[in-house]
Design a protein around this ligand. Sequence first.
Ligand SMILES: Nc1ncnc2c1ncn2[C@@H]1O[C@H](COP(=O)(O)OP(=O)(O)O)[C@@H](O)[C@H]1O
Ligand SMILES: [Mg+2]
Length: 304
Amino acid sequence: MTKPRITLVTSAEMPSLYSDEENLLDALSDRGSDPRIAVWNDPGVDWSEAGVCVVRSVSDYASDRAKFLSWADSVPRLLNHADILTWNSDKHYMVDLAARGLPVIPTTWLEPDRHLSKQQVHSRFPAMGDFVVKPAVSSGVRDIGRYTANDTAQRQAAILQAANLLEEGRSVMVQRYIEEIDLHGEVSLVFFNGLVSHSVEKRAVLHPASVTDPSMHEAVVTAEHANEEQWRWGEQIRAIIHDHVRSRLGRDEQFLYNRVDLVPDGKGSFLVMEISMVDADLYLEATPEALGNFADAITVRAFW
Ligand SMILES: Nc1ncnc2c1ncn2[C@@H]1O[C@H](COP(=O)(O)OP(=O)(O)O)[C@@H](O)[C@H]1O
Ligand SMILES: [Mg+2]
């Protein structure tokens, strides 16, 4: 029997997988498949011959989302499915989740087609506390600013950041800075093929009065057994997104991977920071079982 082919998809910017996923090729070979790596926009790749294609370090997708999505549409066996990538690559999905009752971080949306003046942008920022300005299409903690509301210079800087993003035609999210993240961090719950795999805790990454750039994005990640309540939440959220995607697509679609990021809300419950289903960092080195779980999940899909 010929071995099923598996292609792990990367980008020109990060061609050889995330550093903690290097052992994935061996793990997949050990499980009886024929794995390789390919860059998503490499014109030399014949995707019809690529077998099951697993989206990994495509961290550049946000700079040309339309091109990335049209590529995704053209790949016969892509995981996660192109329709999921379309939905999840724009954080407006948070509006859908909020409509389904999920406690997402309250967000004010600034849209480029509204042509807001600087004064109007200013009036949409909170009056007190710290707040965050971030693009709706972005990943890898890029272009995220944290500012203090009643500091005039910082407010000016925030207006400038938002105006620049809007100028580029990008939607902007404004959120209160969730202070609890400084105390408790952010919990990431990772699921493969809809099943619980592992969880980690990430330390807060936004420094006051600054905008992130990719070089500073390395979050400190530690293995953390999420408590039962957190997993219950994670599972509920996973089921809701599954249901939502099913109703959008008109069919069932299993997620190869999804990561649910939660921050404590300071009142004994949680807020959803994001749901990651595109180039999600899956923290495969954070726990002993994570990499094997992912390799198993991919292998199951390749043999389906
Ligand atoms: N409202 C917020 N309050 C506190 N920290 C935030 C907030 N929004 C973003 N962050 C910090 O910035 C990081 C990246 O933001 P996120 O929305 O997850 O975007 P990305 O897709 O770039 O990961 C988060 O992991 C968190 O540390
Ligand atoms: Mg994130």
